[in-house]
Structure formats: structure tokens, C-alpha cells
Design a protein around this ligand. Structure first.
Ligand SMILES: [Zn+2]
Length: 277
């Protein structure tokens, strides 16, 4: 089955992973900007990172027929440094016209601090100024419930922001309902240890349906599995869900959400470029 991985950090994966993804039916990946495993020292460190996301990864992906898209921001872990964050936010527009940039992300909260909230709000304003969709990281484990509520409350202060322009990622059983009820898209991250497993993601689909729900591997430096989306497809097939329902979650929904960005032009196998709006 063809699919899109809407959240995966290919900078942390080897080239062989692209080949594996291609063999599994992955047509496109989307790579939000995130933490490098260390705090970067200057705005130029971010400029180099954004060049990597907009120049190097698309070329690596293209060798295997996988399309590479990206989202730009300074992540929540480094947002504690508000001065550096503001320099990065000021530099992001230099990269927004690169052909694989979909929007602003993954912005959000890490430890739910006031500085993280300040930088989150300034990113939302940046996205609104440039009329771009937003991809949001919600915190880990014990910080997730409070952090997700804080994020949803902050978003509610932007009446001009259409909820369907926002994807709230890393939802779990205790956060998915409110995200969907407020009209946002919700992403489930399939991790081997924390966040969701393919079985729990399938349970959530069975509880909430297939509208505005996505699944991703969030493959990164830590324990993670870049082929987690095919694992989810297998679990859904094992439970005898119809093909169309599975395809909606792994292909149609990412196409609809990403299609709101002018740079998203998915090449379907055997077809010309198609833009879904
Ligand atoms: Zn991520």
C-alpha cells in the first residue's frame, strides 16, 4: 500500500532507510525541524540545519523516488533561549520559498515553561504572516496532558487561524479527543517504547474514526522505527479494516493536510504532479 510518513527525522537516519521506505510503498516523507541532540550555539547553526533540510535530504530521498518535504522552526527544547529563538524566527523567511518547505514546525512545548510559550506564540504569528500551515509537537509523558491543553488554549487566542491548518502531533488516548473536537488534525506517533504502538493507534482509529487522524514513525536519533507506518497498516489489515479506511489514514489525510501548502505537489506513481486542496 502506498503511504506518506508525515513526521520523520531523516537527518538522523542512514541512506539505507530511504531505500527500505521506498520498498515499503512510502511515496513521501515530511521532516519537521527538531532538536539536534545538543543545543545549537548560534543562528548560523540553524541556517546550516535549514540548508540540510532543504538541500541535502531532498537529494538523498530522490535517489529512491521518495519525495522529501520539511517544516522550519526552532524546537521547544532550545526555545528556553528566547534571544536566540527570535534570531532564528527572523531568519526562517530566508528559507520559506525553498520548494520542499510546507510550513512552520514542529513548534510546541517541552517542559511547558513561559519562555517556551513565548516562542510558540511568535512562531504562530510567523505562520500567520506567511499564510502557512503549522505542525505542533506536544510534550512527552507526564508533561503531555498539561502541555497539550496549554497549546490548545494558546491557539484559541488566534481566531484568524483556521483549525484545519494545524496538525497537533504525538496525540495519545488522553489528548486526541480534545484536539479533534476543536477541529485540528491529530497525528499519532508510533514509537517502540513511548507514545503510541501500532495496536494502540488502531484502537484510537476504532474509537474516533479516520477523519483528520494521521500516523507517523517520528523516526529519529533515539529508539524508533522508520517502518512503523507499515506496521500500523499490517495491524489494521489484521483487524480486517477496509482498504479505503486504511488508505485514508496513511495517504489521503496527509495529502489533504499538506495540500494546504502551495509547495506540496505529490507525484503519484504513474501520474503527473497532483495537488490536493
Ligand atoms: Zn519530531
Amino acid at each position: 500500500m502506498f503511504y506518506i510518513d508525515p513526521h520523520i527525522h531523516m537527518i538522523s537516519r542512514v541512506t539505507d532507510d530511504y531505500e527500505t521506505l521506498a520498498r515499503m510503498g512510502c511515496l513521501a516523507v515530511s521532516e519537521p525541524a527538531f532538536w539536534a541532540g545538543f543545543d545549537r550555539g548560534s543562528v548560523d547553526g540553524f541556517r546550516d540545519y535549514f540548508r540540510h533540510l532543504t538541500e541535502v535530504e531532498p537529494r538523498r530521498a530522490a535517489q529512491f523516488g521518495v519525495q522529501h518535504y520539511t517544516w522550519l522552526c526552532i524546537n521547544a527544547k532550545e526555545a528556553e533561549n528566547v534571544e536566540l529563538s527570535r534570531e532564528v524566527i527572523a531568519a526562517i523567511p530566508e528559507f520559506l520559498d525553498r520548494p520542499n518547505v510546507l510550513g512552520i514546525g514542529e513548534i510546541g512545548l517541552n517542559k511547558n515553561t513561559p519562555n517556551e510559550a513565548t516562542v510558540f506564540l511568535e512562531h504562530v504569528e510567523l505562520a500567520l504572516r506567511h499564510d502557512l500551515p503549522i505542525l505542533i509537537h506536544t510534550p512527552h509523558l507526564e508533561d503531555k496532558y498539561m502541555g497539550t491543553r496549554m497549546i490548545l488554549d494558546m491557539l484559541a487566542d488566534f481566531p484568524q487561524l483556521a483549525p484545519d491548518r494545524v496538525l497537533v502531533d504525538h496525540v495519545e488516548e488522553h489528548t486526541v479527543r480534545e484536539v479533534l473536537e476543536r477541529g485540528y488534525w491529530a497525528g499519532m506517533t508510533l514509537y517502540p517504547v513511548t507514545k503510541c504502538t501500532p495496536k494502540r493507534a488502531a484502537d484510537i482509529i476504532e474509537m474516533y474514526g479516520t477523519e483528520r487522524l494521521l500516523v507517523n514513525s517520528a523516526g529519529d536519533w533515539g529508539p524508533s522505527k522508520p517502518t512503523a507506518v507499515p506496521d500500523f497498516i499490517m495491524e489494521m489489515r489484521r483487524r480486517q479494516h477496509p482498504f479505503e479506511a486504511i488508505q485514508q489514514v496513511v495517504l489521503d489525510n496527509p495529502m489533504r493536510f499538506f495540500g494546504q501548502s502551495p509547495n506540496f505537489k505529490l507525484q503519484l506513481p504513474g501520474q503527473g504532479a497532483s495537488v490536493v486542496r
